[in-house]
Design a protein around this ligand. Sequence first.
Ligand SMILES: [Zn+2]
Length: 257
Amino acid sequence: MPLEVHLIDMRHVNDNYNFVLRDQATGKVAVVDPSELEGVQAFLTDKGWSLDAILCTHHHWDHTNGNREVQKIYDCPIVGNAADAARIPGITEQVHVGGTYALGESVAEILPLDGHTMGHIAYYFADSQALFCGDALFSMGCGRLFEGTPEDLAATMQRIRALPEDTKIYCAHEYTIANGRFARAMEPENAAVTAHIERAKAQRKAGQATIPSTLAEECQSNPFLRWDSPEIQSVLAMQGANPSAILGELRARKDAF
Ligand SMILES: [Zn+2]
């Protein structure tokens, strides 16, 4: 049975989306990157659920601020990357890239997504077609390169692009429409970019999140997954350059956009 996934809009707290995951076979529940206790607790109480784990993608404050206060109430493990354990507040259970994490019968592969930070990971539940990727990838964009190199970014984007196309992308921020403006500047002739922007605008107008998108949509409209697009290479005047050079240039331009 696939995971049940719920989005909690925490943007009034710190601009983030939190995700609550429930393994349907066992009823075990986890929250990804809790912003604060209040919103998480309100959601769980409404559902009548307890909490079995806090899953951390990376150490940034806006993703870990709720760790300790949520743990204090629910007495559950705080799970994070062993390689980044020193920076994950309250971490009690270390996972390893290339390894797995099980929430009941739902098993996640721990994918390394270095770049935005070093030690950033994703929880990839293949059976549920669900990727919880923190700030590594956004819809039509990606997180800033605070710590990694363009080579790290390229490895991360290649890793994501190799996943199945029906993978749902659960990223932590609602930046889709703003990212779309940059995507259109990099690829003005790409009709999929325009379509994705229009879809996102309609969702926002209806009060809906644009998250999750699918990897298929992202591969058609996200410039950071399209380093081999002739149009992007032409706009950058970098025909035939390698992925890391193109992604480094795209990220630099986005930073200044
Ligand atoms: Zn971050």
